[in-house]
Design a protein. Structure first.
Length: 217
């Protein structure tokens, strides 16, 4: 099966499984989503969704957040890990948003990536989920699946993102990246599937004999 054929099958299968793609992180504004995604690094969405309501009850916009001591932010988000670094980033980026962007989250990916604690993946998530601008954020789940399904041979997420964008129509990127995450968590997990177990792996590579070892993000 050629890559193009695999991509068509995968898109149809994921759409049938996940016709709706709710955003996993709870938020009520682009700013809240930005903060939630930043906090989610090396942390589960479930834990983030337990922490952010308390944080946003203290400050749900950059104007209020800059008044909150970093130590207070740290104590609230500590269960999510890497809290010292994340708490400083939240305070610093809030200051920059107020000083340089009128308190608004910029819609340009380069300006997002310039914010403290905001890498390319976080910026892409905000572009996609907050503003509806086509993007294909690649997390560990997507990177694993893209390799197992023969959509990329890249050893890094940057190359995988480029390859995935070539495989699928631009107007499907925003939903597809969420669908892949949902599928990766439910059916094609890091330990539960070795490239020969889940339905999509079996369909794309029915003759695969050896377990497939994916590069880590």
């Amino acid at each position: 099966m050629r890559k193009a054929e695999r991509a068509i099958y995968i898109k149809k299968k994921l759409q049938s499984l996940y016709p709706e793609t709710p955003i996993p992180l709870k938020h009520e504004s682009a700013y809240q989503l930005l903060i939630a995604v930043l906090i989610s690094a090396q942390c589960t969405d479930v834990r983030v969704n337990k922490v952010t309501p308390y944080l946003f009850s203290v400050a749900n916009n950059p104007f209020d957040m800059i008044k909150v001591p970093v130590d207070t932010i740290y104590k609230i988000i500590r269960p999510c890990g890497l809290a010292p670094k994340k708490s400083h980033a939240i305070s610093e980026l809030s200051n920059i948003l107020v000083r340089c962007h009128g308190g608004e989250v910029p819609k340009e990916i380069d300006k997002l990536e310039a914010l403290p604690g905001v890498g390319h993946k976080t910026a892409s998530v905000v572009m996609s989920q907050a503003f509806g601008i086509p993007a294909f954020p690649v997390d560990t789940h997507i990177f694993r699946l893209a390799q197992r399904w023969g959509l990329t041979k890249s050893k890094n997420v940057t190359g995988a993102e480029s390859d995935l964008k070539k495989c699928f129509p631009k107007n499907s990127w925003n939903s597809l990246h969420l669908q892949m995450i949902f599928y990766g968590r439910e059916f094609c997990t890091a330990r539960g599937c070795d490239g020969r177990v889940c339905e999509i792996c079996r369909h794309c590579y029915p003759n695969r004999k050896m377990m497939f070892v994916a590069h880590k993000a």
